[in-house]
Design a protein around this ligand. Structure first.
Ligand code: DAH
Length: 360
């Protein structure tokens, strides 16, 4: 019997010393497995005399029970310890700042932002959006807009022409968004109320000019469209866009082949301390061209100038973006420098709308 108590002492000692569930399992197999020490003892019962078998068998089985119980108690302790270790190693410090994900790091380009602002403002005034292609015909970019072939006004636009095609037609990159006016008038019946934002191209490059730039065109055609409405629309636009209570605008006589009369519009501003402010000051900044749609243009687009009339304007989007957001140079707009975009760009969910404020 002392042999049994020695074995029990050894096994219980090994169980208590097992430092992991794997080590404990090894102890169990060594004792209770097929070739284990306790199983070995049970296998010797068959060769014993009945009396001896009875008492020895009972003792071995009692030992087996105690070992089994010690094993399961130790297993619970080891499982708890393993869980504690895991919880400690996986602890999250909820006070740490969030790491910026790709979505938060991305920025909306100021041009896209300003396009969204324009759209929000003019949609509120009842305008729809019209679009046209960047590669345009000479007819739509010039002729239908009352720039007759050979007219010197064509030279005012430094046009990128394509090679002539088989029919001798020279396509071009549109020099302004005005051909979208023509496309709209050809496609739709008055009343028309559209804005046409988009890319435009001229062979020009310096601090405030790039070969590709953006314009937004406005066009209203109906029976009674007039200059008073044009002034009101532009004033409402400027107040909303520059986010000021009032603006002063100056309409100067000018010339565009497609409008008569034609005007250029300046907005009053102050440039004190190197910062531009609108709605105050003594300086004037030119921001757009406009006028009443020329009767020839209406005729060229299949409309009767005695039945309908219209007003239109065209504005440089890049220019008003520079003015509003204080960017001194236009060229970095198109250099795709991530540092510039991080500085001047907008957060993706800062969607401009008139209710919460455009740039809020
Ligand atoms: N298309 C002109 C330009 O690019 C801008 C312009 C002026 C558009 C007067 C208009 C307008 O619709 O009425 O210089």
């Amino acid at each position: 019997m002392s042999e049994l108590s020695t074995l029990e002492g050894t096994l219980l000692g090994e169980i208590a010393a097992a430092g992991s569930e794997e080590a404990l399992e090894a102890v169990r197999v060594a004792a209770l497995g097929k070739k284990g020490s306790v199983s070995g003892l049970l296998a010797t019962l068959g060769s014993m005399a009945p009396d001896e078998r009875k008492s020895f068998g009972a003792a071995v089985n009692a030992l087996k029970d105690r070992v089994t119980e010690a094993l399961s108690e130790r297993r619970v302790i080891l499982k708890d310890q393993a869980l504690d270790i895991r919880l400690a190693s996986e602890r999250a410090d909820v006070t740490l700042p969030l790491r910026e994900s790709g979505i938060e790091a991305g920025r909306i380009h100021p041009i896209s932002q300003v396009m969204d602002e324009l759209t929000a403002i003019f949609a509120d005034l009842g305008f729809a959006i019209a679009e046209g292609p960047d590669v345009e015909s000479d007819d739509l970019n010039f002729t239908k807009l009352n720039f007759p072939v050979g007219h010197p006004a064509r030279e005012m636009h430094d046009t990128f022409f394509f090679e002539p095609d088989e029919k001798g037609e020279r396509k071009l990159l549109r020099t302004h968004t005005s051909p979208v006016q023509v496309r709209t008038m050809l496609a739709k019946k008055p009343p028309i109320r559209v804005i046409c934002p988009g890319r435009t191209y001229r062979c020009d490059s310096d601090q405030t000019h790039t070969p590709m730039f953006h314009q937004v065109e406005g066009l209203v055609i109906d029976k009674s469209a007039n200059l008073g409405q044009l002034k009101w629309v532009l004033e409402e636009f400027c107040k909303a866009f520059f986010e000021v209570e009032s603006v002063k605008m100056r309409f100067r006589p000018s010339f565009f082949p497609f409008t008569e009369p034609s005007m250029e519009v300046d907005i009053q501003c102050s440039r004190k301390g190197g910062e531009i402010r609108f709605g105050e000051g003594e300086d004037w900044l030119e921001i757009l061209g406009c006028g009443m749609v020329h009767p020839n243009v209406l005729r060229n687009c299949g409309l009767d100038p005695d039945a309908v009339q219209g007003y239109a304007w065209g504005m440089g989007i890049d220019r008003i973006a520079m003015l509003k957001y204080g960017m001194p140079d236009l060229r970095p707009f198109f250099e795709a420098d991530i540092r510039w975009l991080k500085h001047y760009g907008f957060r993706p969910l800062d969607l401009p709308n008139l209710a919460s404020g455009l740039s809020a």
